[in-house]
Design a protein around this ligand. Sequence first.
Ligand code: FAD
Length: 428
Amino acid sequence: MKIAIIGAGYGGMAAAFDLRHAGHDVTIFESADYVGGLAGGFKEPHWDWSVEKFYHHWFQSDASMLGLMRELGFDDKVLFPRPLTVMYHEGKFYPFDSILNALRFPGLGFGLDKIRFGFVGLFLRLTNNWRALEKFTADEWMLKWAGKNVYEKMWKPLLIGKFGPFYRDVNMAWMWARIKARSTRLGTFEGGFQKFSDMFAERLRAMGVQIRLGTAVRFIKRNPAGGLMIDAGGVEAFDQVLVTTSPNLLAKMCPDLPENYLKGLLDLKSMGAVVMVLSLKEKLSKDGYYWFSLPKEAGFPFLALVEHTNFVPAEHFGGDRIVYAGDYLEQGHEYFSLSDEQLLEKFLPAFKKINPAFTRDWVKKVRVFKTNYAQPVPLLNHSKNIPAIETPVQGLYLASMSQVYPWDRGTNFAVEIGRRAAKIMMNM
Ligand SMILES: Cc1cc2nc3c(=O)[nH]c(=O)nc-3n(C[C@H](O)[C@H](O)[C@H](O)COP(=O)(O)OP(=O)(O)OC[C@H]3O[C@@H](n4cnc5c(N)ncnc54)[C@H](O)[C@@H]3O)c2cc1C
């Protein structure tokens, strides 16, 4: 079969790998001039490694990702250091990456709240019944079982940070998945995620997959002669098309989709993200912390501060210290329209809270990355609203972040859903 894949992110490339392996003629159309999609990276001339535009790491539980690495023979390049993750409490940061550290965290005192926190955490790690949990919002479930204090100190800031105005609508299965499938060791690729993406694309090309970069698909239509037609600056016919973009983009590209399926796509909610990447002359966290979870109520202008060079040594970046300041935001939030300079002005005071010695002249370079589609918002009973991979238009398939569920989206699940779509396309 002649198959088109729209998007050279992890989902599209993983699907291409299996489809080509099975002998199909595969072409990937990618609007950007690089592969890797949301996990793409960049490199300054004096760096050996690339840095992801949006902070990225893997978990040891990422079975699909690590399995693919083994198949490709790249697994010796996956590194799993154990960086330090901290939580904010009354002006100070406390390690929060092990059960022992969670028990020591002063934010919950040492009485009943800590016991409730422990029992709820244990229950969520042990249960597999996420279907029962998706009937409740995380807000109501946590208030009931963890209690007001634990919820407001621990879980509410996470929900607000990730989902902003939708935080009360997110279902409890999302929270379950986050607690269930995470590890304290975090993984990266030798050379950075972009290095992996480039090596994967090179392998695909060697297998005979065509990857057309800088080629945006404008529309997909039924071909009266059978199959589908794609317009990407010239019309071409294919037997099957797999779309790996957001459901919203699919709705725009394919007006042939029936109205109820289109409505289902357009009703799905998601958050965007704005991430600033700073190259600093000095190390920001004196204690060597990697990940700072920051509550908005404490006045921080972003959700997460991530000192990448406390995860990957600064020597790979010519001695530069790499710091991310990032936030998940609803479309239309003012951060999307601010210039890099205006955003920096808003963010700068927060760096002093991390290290009082920080001064503006530590900043060597600032880059800001924005995306409208960063994090799907799973509402109540979300499993019933997920669009099928096989769309009602014959030969047209969708494998997007919005269909990853109950797990929280990530490169691991992009690989999983991409490969699942390939199986469905081959009727396996
Ligand atoms: C801030 C942030 C932090 C994250 N952190 C992590 C993390 O720590 N670990 C982790 O595993 N995951 C993380 N993720 C999630 C991860 O990046 C995604 O789940 C994954 O990359 C999705 O892959 P995908 O192939 O489904 O989609 P994408 O990567 O979005 O790929 C879709 C591709 O389609 C292309 N495209 C769009 N429109 C067209 C068109 N018209 N024609 C042709 N091509 C088109 C896009 O350019 C893109 O390359 C993070 C994401 C964000 C935003």
